[in-house]
Every structure is written in C-alpha cells, then in structure tokens.
Design a protein around this ligand. Structure first.
Ligand SMILES: Cc1cc2nc3c(=O)[nH]c(=O)nc-3n(C[C@H](O)[C@H](O)[C@H](O)COP(=O)(O)OP(=O)(O)OC[C@H]3O[C@@H](n4cnc5c(N)ncnc54)[C@H](O)[C@@H]3O)c2cc1C
Length: 509
C-alpha cells in the first residue's frame, strides 16, 4: 500500500455538493478523489424543482442570510453556465383574503429586488390578470399578480459539468463506487471503496475526508465511519408530476395554496408542465423514494384549483421524487425546517480531519463549496484563492444572454441540424456541442438513431465524457429524452450501451 498516492481530500458523494467541492478544491491546487456509489446526480440533485432562486417563502422564516446569498448566486451561476441556467419570470397571483396579504408579498419582493445584487435580471412588476396573457389559462379567481425574476437550472447537468471540470483539472471522479468503510490511521484516512460493477474493493488514502452524502450523510457517519448516536439531518420527501403542457406562456406560476403551502407550475422541456412540490417527512432508504398516491392527488387537486382546465391523473407523463437532507434544527413542520447549510468539522492535531456537509440548496452549492474550502484550508493550509465565481463551467463559455446566437452559430457550422435539435444540443452542451458533432456533415454521420433525436454520437459522447453507463443515466439525467422514449427504444439503447461499456451495473444498496 505504501506506493499508492495519498490524496489531500477524499469526497464521499457525487451530488451537487460533492462535485462542487471537488471542483473548487482541485482548482485551488489540492489533489482530490471523489467516489459516487451510483450515477452522478442520482440522489437528490436530479430531483429538485430546478430553481436557482432566493426562496421567497424562506423570508417568512426569517432566513435572510440564506435568501441574500441565494439571490446573489442567481446571476453568478447564470454567467458561469448560460447553457443550463437561464432567467425565468414567475407569476404570483393573489387576491384579498388570500393566504398572505398583498403588502407582505410586496415587501418580500422588494427585498428580493434590492438585496440580491440584481444587474441583468428584470425587476418585479404588477400584472392585471384580466388583461395579461398570464391570466388566460387560469380560472377567473385573480385580478392581480406580481411578476418577479428567478432562475431555472438543469440540476443533473449542473452536477455533471462540475464533475467534468473537476476531472479536467485533475480530480479523480469514480462513479458506481461505494465507500464501504473509512477509518483513521493517525493523521490519514484509509478509505475502502467497492466498485459496484465487479464488486472489487480497494483502499485509498487521504489527508482529509469530506462527507457530502446528502440524505445518506448520517448513514455514512454511522455505518461507514462508525459513529454512535448520529442525528443531524431530517429527511423530507418532495415529489413532482410532469403533465402535457397546460399553458403556452414562457412564465412559471407560483400558487399559494389554502393550506399555506405553495406549488409551482413551470414550463418544462418544451412540451410539458412541471408541477411540484410536496413536503413530507421520510424515514426509508432515500434510494427507494417514489411519489405516493396521496401526493399525486394533492398535486392534481392543488393545480386544478387554479387552472381552468383541471389537472388529472390522465395528464401525467412522468413523476419524480427526491429526499431533502435538511439540517435538523428541531422545527416542527417539514416546510419550516431550515434550508440553509451547516458544515461541521472534527479532527486536526494528529487526528485525520473530517468535514460533514448538512443541508443546502442547488442554488447555494458554489458558496457551500467555498465555505468548505475555508474549513479545508484550516486543516491543510491555503493553496489558492476562491475562483469559481468567475469560473465558467464546460460549454458555458458564451455570454449570459447569448443562447440564441450560439444556436445560430451551431446551425451555420452544421446546416443539416434541425432548429429543434440545435436548440436542444446548445441547452445541454453549450459550446461543447461541437465536440459531440465532430466532423458530421449529415445526420447519417451521427450513427445509430435511437429515436427522439438521440443518435449514437451523443450517446458515445456521454459515455466517454460524462460517466454515463446505463439508459437511465442518459434518458433521465444527462438528457430528458426519456420523456419521449418507449420501452422498445429504451431496450435498444440499453443493449447498445452494454455492447460498448461492458456488463450490467448493480445499484448500491
Ligand atoms: C423536492 C425537492 C425540490 C428541491 N428544489 C430545489 C430548488 O428548486 N432549488 C434549489 O436550489 N434546491 C432545491 N432542492 C434542494 C437540492 O436539491 C439539494 O439540497 C441538493 O441537491 C443536495 O445535494 P447533495 O449533493 O447534498 O445530495 P445528493 O444529490 O443526494 O448527493 C449525495 C450523493 O452521495 C452519494 N452517496 C451516499 N452514500 C455514499 C457512499 N457510501 N459512497 C459513495 N457515494 C455515496 C449518493 O449516491 C448521492 O448521489 C430541492 C430538493 C428536493 C428534494
């Protein structure tokens, strides 16, 4: 074992927090090894509502620090990844006697506009819902609404692009690799990892261990590291339904339900509407989370309160669920538990350090990573300055408002591409769409056609550059082609992947 390298940092978990930390750390000069037991973003980080948002609702719980930091991140992240992050306008209808008085909403939105370093995002305005097109698909319940700005993110791709950038800078990123044990040997960690493809184990040594296992963070502490009495996070399930498009407007809706909760209805993947989310305490293994019948009924009923055309089970084309790992601050209701992150460190002075990340949002992942790096510097010494605020993610090297121009450029280079496909490729890969298309002169040059505009060239790109191994990785995380695929097409893709990337992969238990 003596010949094996000693890494500065070992990161457990390939969700947004683990990948964000790995990228920041390797960019400052630390050597990094990251292990993810399934696919990148297969945990909570592909199951979010996909908003880069301040969190208007968190103001009700006086989370000013979190909201300010999150608001500031909106434009930082948009600039760094304008292909997968873009501004979205939200319509928040209200009426006298509604769950929150208009003055309270106005005050919240005033703070939203003024404490968040807004430069490019347009300010809040008031809409007359009787004349504005936003009122059209709704029941005639509202005469007024506020329209405000937040951001949209392709959450699963944000994770993969952080991992890609980390790997490009020298980090080792291992997927399908579970951390099964971690023990201290003096000032070093000896971490045992198991490759879930062949069940082989190996040990990796590192000076510092980062536990970024999201909803599994306590499980890792108890079972992998062997701590007693672990209780740091509260697991709260959130589910979404995806239905055929309920409205044509590019704006999203923010509805306030009678029970005090809120739901969003968001334009999704061109042809669909995303509706969510729920909040309910969860105690099972986060892998097994699926939407309950009660949640489906709740979301259909809540959305049908507002849309003139009711939302029924028959409209649903897909559902997804995920588990929020909220730092346990003792709040009595799931929706009141803090959404802020907490980092807790232990060790040093001859005892190998461990830093745990609890809670957090997709929106604040970059700031969480910066705070983690402060802790790391405290143990390992400083190597470099914070850099990610201006660090473009792979494929995002074009101006924040330059998406349409980028699509036009891609079409000029590849005239055979239909506009729909060019737009999709720039949304997913930005300027790296060119590496995927290579020297192709026609769709025939893109290889096997799997359906729904997915060709072999894209599949190979995802396998070679983005750690994709299964049809699910490709259809539901790297892309959302799953919304358009049938069983037969999925089986063909799966067979192709088995041919090019080896045997079946077991899921981690
Ligand atoms: C319903 C819902 C809606 C949300 N909406 C938003 C939103 O709109 N905007 C926003 O900013 N945030 C949102 N969030 C919050 C956000 O999604 C999470 O805070 C974030 O994704 C957590 O990321 P993570 O990296 O900590 O956890 P995860 O993404 O779960 O990553 C942890 C990873 O660790 C891996 N792992 C665990 N144990 C091991 C092991 N032993 N070995 C190797 N790997 C291991 C897991 O497989 C997993 O991939 C939402 C969350 C939910 C649930």
């Amino acid at each position: 074992m003596d010949g094996t390298p000693v890494y500065d940092i070992f990161v457990i978990g390939g969700g947004i927090n683990g990948c964000g930390i790995a990228r920041d750390a390797v960019g400052r000069g630390y050597s990094v090894f990251l292990a993810e037991m399934n696919d990148l973003a297969s945990g909570t980080s592909s199951g979010s509502t996909k908003l880069i948002h301040g969190g208007l609702r968190y103001l009700e719980f006086y989370e000013f620090r979190l909201v300010r930091e999150a608001l500031m991140e909106r434009e930082v992240l948009w600039r760094n990844a304008p292909h997968i992050i873009w501004p979205m306008r939200f319509v928040l209808p209200f009426f006298a006697g509604g769950p929150r008085p208009a003055w309270m909403l106005r005050l919240g939105l005033f703070l939203y506009d003024h404490i968040g370093g807004r430069k490019l995002l347009p300010a809040t305005k008031t809409l007359d819902m009787r004349s504005d097109p936003a009122g059209k698909p709704l029941k005639p319940l509202f005469s007024k609404a506020f329209e405000y700005s937040d951001g949209w993110v392709n959450d699963a791709r944000l994770v993969v692009l952080n991992a890609r950038d980390a790997a490009d800078r020298g980090a080792i990123i291992r997927t399908r690799t579970k951390v099964v044990a971690a023990r201290r040997e003096g000032n070093l960690w000896v971490v045992t990892v198991e490759d879930l493809r062949d069940r082989k184990t190996e040990t990796v040594r590192a000076k510092l261990l980062v536990n970024a296992a999201g909803p599994w963070v306590d499980h890792v502490l108890a079972k992998t590291i062997g701590k007693n009495d672990v209780h740091n996070v509260r697991l709260v399930q959130g589910s979404h339904i995806v239905v055929r498009k309920k409205f044509d407007d590019p704006r999203a809706y923010f509805f306030q339900n009678k029970d005090g909760r809120i739901i969003f209805a968001i334009p999704y993947e061109e042809e669909f509407t995303l509706i969510g989310t729920t909040d309910r305490d969860y105690s099972d293994d986060p892998h097994h989370v699926t939407i309950s019948e009660g949640e489906i009924d709740y979301l259909c009923a809540a959305a049908s309160e507002y849309f003139a055309d009711p939302v029924t089970r028959a409209d649903i084309v897909w559902t997804y669920s995920a588990v929020r790992p909220l730092f346990d601050d003792g709040a009595s209701k799931a929706q009141e538990a803090t959404r802020d992150y907490v980092l807790k460190a232990e060790g040093g002075e001859g005892v190998a350090p461990l830093v745990n990340a609890f809670g957090g949002k997709i929106t604040t992942y970059r700031r969480l990573a910066e705070s983690m790096l402060e802790k790391i510097e405290g143990f390992l010494g400083k190597r470099g300055e914070p850099w990610t605020a201006k660090g473009t993610l792979p494929g995002g090297d074009f101006p924040a408002t330059g998406y349409d121009a980028e699509v036009a450029k891609l079409k000029t280079s590849y005239p055979f591409l239909e506009t729909r496909m060019a737009r999709r490729l720039v949304r997913l890969y930005g300027t790296r769409a060119r590496s995927l298309l290579g020297l192709a002169k026609s769709t025939a040059d893109l290889g096997q056609d799997f359906g729904a505009d997915l060709y072999e060239a894209e599949v190979r790109y995802l396998v070679e550059n983005e750690w994709a191994r299964t049809a699910e990785d490709i259809l539901w995380r790297r892309t959302k082609r799953g919304l358009h695929f049938d069983r037969e097409q999925t089986a063909q893709l799966e067979a192709f992947l088995r041919r090019i990337s080896g045997p079946h992969i077991a899921a981690a238990e």
